[in-house]
Design a binder for this molecule. Structure first.
Ligand SMILES: [Zn+2]
Length: 292
């Protein structure tokens, strides 16, 4: 599933290619993508609006529109947002097509697609993803999980103090704590494992056992692993379909030290062997030698 770095990469693409354009018309194929509302709600909510910004909270993309509403996109397991020239051959499982206007005169030219009209496709083979147009004043009713998200360690100010206030009062296994979207939004299975490895902390250690140096290592690891992954355009794994807005894969999978490396020699210490356990029903990878 795309996590914070992958969704951030898509967001940055939208910022360059969708913001400032008007939605001329919208096609919705499979209705499951709009299951929370309806085909008509998405079409009517988007048509004629201009995309004002591309924002992200955790794994959710939020695009404020000039109508006062917002577009929410969640990629879930296999969703992709792609931009293409109008009339390009659409891949299978393209469930939504938004036809976007040319940019207004005077806007800067943005890359290979230029400033002419583009199509924005939502492609999703497994159909867990969704798109919703909602009223931000009623977010708690219309998209309740968005209103309950915890701190976003990239979009929000995230100092050691914020982290300390999350970990100290709780006795949660660190892996489960990092995965809890109500506490910290955006970290999933891959980055939780990589962050805990970088912090040299065992994933089954409980949060209330961290001393200040361990808290500091965890904070640094969250910030640095996520930043490095964003710089690399995210992680694209063989069994997942994550790509950026232009269909390009990320490269951070090459930097994974423990995720998906069960049974391999740890490349950090060169001594331990990467082990797999299950925490919070999720595969968890760590080096027993590096992580204490
Ligand atoms: Zn190791």
């Amino acid at each position: 599933m795309p996590e914070l770095p992958e969704v951030e990469t898509v967001r940055r693409g939208l910022e360059r290619f969708a913001v400032g354009r008007r939605v001329e018309h919208v096609e919705v194929g499979r209705e499951r993508v709009v299951r929370r509302t309806s085909r008509a709600a998405l079409v009517d909510g988007l048509t004629g609006t201009t995309v004002l910004a591309a924002e992200r909270r955790g794994k959710y993309i939020r695009c404020p529109l000039d109508s006062g509403d917002e577009l929410m996109v969640h990629l879930r397991m296999s969703g992709q947002l792609l931009v293409a020239r109008p009339g390009s051959t659409r891949p299978p499982h393209t469930h939504v097509v938004a036809h976007l206007s040319a940019r207004p005169p005077g806007a800067a030219v943005h890359g290979v697609l230029g400033d002419g009209p583009v199509e924005l496709w939502f492609v999703d083979p497994r159909t867990f993803g969704e798109m919703v147009v909602f009223d931000p004043d009623h977010v708690a009713v219309e998209v309740p999980e968005l209103a309950r998200l915890g701190i976003d360690p990239v979009a929000d100010p995230f100092t050691r103090r914020e982290l300390r206030e999350l970990v100290r009062p709780r006795s949660r296994q660190l892996k489960a704590l990092l995965l809890d979207q109500h506490l910290i939004a955006g970290i999933g299975n891959i980055y939780a494992d990589e962050i805990l490895h970088a912090a040299r902390l065992r994933p089954d250690r409980t949060s209330d056992t961290l001393n200040p140096p361990a808290e500091a290592r965890l904070h640094t690891a969250i910030v640095e692993v996520l930043a490095a992954a964003i710089d690399a355009g995210g992680s694209s794994l063989r069994d997942a379909q994550y790509v950026d807005l232009f269909g390009g894969a990320g490269s951070y999978q090459d930097a994974h030290r423990v995720y998906g490396r069960t049974g391999e020699r740890c490349t950090t210490c060169g001594v331990g062997w990467v082990r797999r356990i299950v925490i919070a029903q999720r595969s968890t990878h760590y080096c027993p030698r590096c992580q204490r």
